[in-house]
Design a binder for this molecule. Sequence first.
Ligand code: PMP
Ligand code: GLN
Length: 382
Amino acid sequence: MDIKSKLPKSETTIFSVMTALAAEHQAINLGQGFPDYDCNEDLKKLINKYLVEGRNQYCPMPGLLALRESIAEKIYKSYEVDINPKDEITVTAGATQALFTAISAFIHSGDEVIIFEPAYDSYYPSILLAGGIPKPNRLYAPDFKIDWNELKDMITDKTKMIIINSPHNPTGTSLEEQDLLNLQEIVKDKNIIVLSDEVYEHLIYDENQHQSVLKFPQLFQQCIAVYSFGKTFHSTGWKIGYAVGPDHLMKEFRNVHQWNVFSVNSFIQYALADYLKNSENYEYLPNFFQSKRDLLLSELENSPLKSTPASGTYFQVFDYSKISDLPDFEFAKYLTTEIGVAAIPISPFYSIEIKEQNIRLCFAKKESTLLNATKNLRKLRK
Ligand code: PMP
Ligand code: GLN
C-alpha cells in the first residue's frame, strides 16, 4: 500500500528511546520524566472505591461537573481567580491531548505558530498535523530567557498562536510576572491565541510563585492553559489532565474534543473530584521536589557537571562540556551504557542542529535512586 506520511521526518520520541536503552543496559533511569515511587494511597483508595461502586460509564463530554468544580476551587485557592467550571474547564486525556486539541481547534492551514526552543517535543508535530507552520524562537543556555522584542519582531499577520511553557521542560526555568505582562502587551488586540503549557504549575522552587496566564485577566481572554494530573499526583500513566480558557475559546476547544476523545475515563474523575478538595494534596509539592533537586545538586557539586539550579519542573540541566566533546545524544547514550545513568539530550527539543553540550536529568526519584545515580555520575572525570 502506498501511504503518504503526514510526519515523514518524525522519529521515535527521545523519551521512548532513552527509556528502552536504560532498560536494555539496566541503567538508572533519570531520563524520561516519571517518578519511581507510587502515588498517594488515599487517592488509590478513592479510585478503587469509585471503580468498585460502578462509576464505569461515560462522563459528560467536558468532564464530570464535580471534578470541574473541584478544579475551579483549586484554581481559586492557587491564583485567586474565578473560573466558571461549566464553560471554562474541560477534562482531557492528559496534557498532550489538550495541547493537540487546542492546536487542532485553532490552527488552519498556513497559520504560523510561534514556539520557543528547546520546546516540548509534541508541539512541533501537532502544529504540522493541523497544517500550521511552526516558527521557532531560540532560547539560549544557561538562562534560556525569552527576548520579548525578538518575539514582537517575529509576529506577522499569519501568526495565530504562541505556545509558552512555564515552568519549562526541558530547561527547568520559569517565567516571571514581567514576562507575562510583556506577552499580554504584545498580543493585545491581535488575533493570536496563547497556548500555555502549565503542567509543572506546582513544581516551583526557592519561594517563587508560578505565574499562570489565569492571573492576567486581559491575557486570559486569549488563552488556553493546560494541566496534567499525571505530573501533580505522581501518576503519569493515568493520562488525565484539563484545559482552562474563556468560554468563547473553550466552546471551540470542545467542538474538537468531542470528536477526538468525547470524554475521559470516569472513575478517576470521581476520585480526583474528592481528592482535589484538600489543598494539602498539592501544596506540599514545592518543598517535596525542591529537596530532591537540592540532593541531586549537592551530590554533584564537586563533579565536572555544571548547572544553574532549576527554578521549576522536576528536571535539572547539566553542562558536560568539561568532560566530553561528544554531541549530546551520543553523550546521553554513553552515560546510559557506560556510567549506568540514563539522561535526556537537549537537542531533540530543537528543530535545528545545536552545538551546546547539555543533558537533562529527572529528579522525581527516591532519595536512594538519586544517591545511586549520583555515585555513578561522580565517576565522570574531566
Ligand atoms: N507538556 C510538558 C511540558 C510535559 O513535560 C509533558 C510531559 N508529561 C506534557 C506536556 C504531557 O503531559 P501528559 O502526560 O499529561 O500528556
Ligand atoms: N514529559 C515527559 C518528559 O519530559 C515524558 C512524556 C513522554 O514520554 N511522552 O520526560
